[in-house]
Design a protein around this ligand. Structure first.
Ligand SMILES: [Zn+2]
Ligand SMILES: [Zn+2]
Length: 433
């Protein structure tokens, strides 16, 4: 975040996440901005000031009240912490002078953002410290986690161990920070390797640090969710998957699977012409039950149906009740997951090239959650990324094949899942609503 202003955290903090309306601090800040701007005579033209909103980008002169409306609507132009077009100077920030008491800095710290992202990938908090010592003889049906989950908890516990007694950092957090350098500032890999080895050289606790970026990546990948790369026909007729996994050309249009090898320009290996990325949903659903923060919410729909007849959540709808009546076995277990599925075109390279390109992310979301969590970012799971360059249209079901297979499996057999709140393993099933 270039040129961050320690006291103006409100500048890019306009809206509430799940509620309408402007944040009061933002409205107050805009007021402060227009008052200041209008008071600097040499920057006022014809009674108006430059509008620093995201649309005008300081190119047009508007009246103070119009500027306010623009800012309410569009927000400030990027990186306008210091109002240099309105008579302010961007100071050289001495890091010592940033007050440590300002809690907002942490929120905008790129490392914190990265940490949040990793937290999301791992699931929020795992109560793994309190597990495993249940030696009591009380008859409470508590079970240890199944092997899968136990492996995950073990890995997480090991990776999250403080570097030394009293340290706030763990191997995991150091790895995340190193990787964040790469994504935040595009630091070259060689430089990061140098930093990593420098850290190892100067620290007495060498074993708990990654020696190379490769090791940091490996650790984070081990804890993250797995994904599969599946080759597909360039025209989207079929996936090279299951029975077809060994084919080298499309069964329908006979387009080749691989780019022809050209040793003279360095293509020695088989490189597929096109690929889809598939993220299996079962491990992710299991993690919703492995985390103390989400596990109770997954049962929300059981006791919170609307009695007034108003529709606030899919569980208040007729389709939900009809489904329950038709499949009582499934409905009897409130932890069974009901999923929503959606997809839409997405253009990753805006204006970068004249030929349009869109890819199609396929997202699933559990409807078990309460309305304020349902369909929010942390609970929208990207399961499949259909590559471009154009709308898959009718071929979309080709690309959804792995997801459909997984859903069939989840519907008919289910998956053994550990519920951390009950400390029990159960068979979780899922359906698409
Ligand atoms: Zn404007
Ligand atoms: Zn084909």
């Amino acid at each position: 975040m270039d040129g961050y202003h320690p006291y103006r955290s409100w500048v890019y903090d306009k809206l509430y996440v799940q509620r309408r309306g402007l944040k009061p601090a933002f409205a107050k800040g805009v007021e402060e901005f227009t008052t200041k701007a209008i008071s600097r005579n040499q920057f006022v033209k014809d009674g108006g000031i430059r509008c620093p909103c995201h649309n005008c980008m300081c190119s047009g002169i508007l009246s103070a009240s119009e500027v306010k409306l623009h800012l309410y609507r569009f927000g400030f132009q990027p990186n306008y912490w210091y109002w240099t077009e309105h008579g302010e100077e961007a100071p050289h920030i001495d890091p010592e002078n940033i007050p440590s008491s300002s809690g907002n800095i942490d929120n905008d710290d790129p490392f914190t953002l990265m940490q949040h992202m990793v937290d999301d990938a791992f699931g929020p908090t795992y109560d793994f410290q309190n597990m495993g010592d249940e030696g009591n003889e009380e008859e409470n049906n508590e079970e240890p986690p199944n092997d899968d989950v136990q492996d995950f908890y073990d890995l997480l516990t090991a990776a999250n161990k403080p570097l030394y007694e009293g340290a706030s950092d763990s191997k995991l957090s150091i790895c995340v920070k190193l990787l964040a350098c790469k994504s935040n500032w595009n630091v070259p890999q060689k430089c990061l390797d140098f930093f990593a080895s420098m850290l190892v050289d100067v620290c007495p606790f060498k074993d708990s640090l990654p020696k190379k970026i490769y090791q940091a990546k490996k650790l984070v990948i081990m804890l993250g969710l797995k994904f599969e790369k599946i080759d597909c026909c360039v025209k989207g007729c079929m996936l090279y998957y299951k029975d077809n996994s060994a084919d080298i050309e499309c069964r329908f249009c006979h387009e080749p699977r691989y780019i022809p090898r050209k040793p003279e320009i360095g293509i020695h290996k088989d490189i597929p012409v096109k690929r889809v990325f598939y993220m299996p949903i079962t491990p992710w659903l299991k993690r919703l039950y492995a985390s103390t923060e989400t596990v109770a919410q997954m049962r929300w729909h059981q006791h919170n149906r609307s009695s007034s007849g108003s529709l606030r959540h899919p569980s208040d709808g007729e389709a939900w009740n009809h489904f329950d009546a038709k499949y009582p076995n499934f409905a009897n277990e409130p932890r069974n997951v009901r999923l929503g599925l959606c997809s839409d075109g997405f253009t990753p390279y805006i204006q970068a090239s004249s030929t349009p390109y869109s890819c199609w992310p396929v997202v699933v979301t559990p409807y078990n959650l309460p309305p304020e969590m349902c369909m929010t970012k942390p609970f929208m799971f990207l399961t499949c990324l259909i590559p471009g360059p154009s709308n898959p249209k009718a071929n979309i079901d080709v690309y959804l094949q792995p997801l459909i297979d997984e859903l069939k499996q989840l519907w008919s057999e289910g998956a053994l899942t550990y519920d951390i709140s009950m400390k029990q393993n159960f068979v979780m099933r899922a359906t698409i609503m």
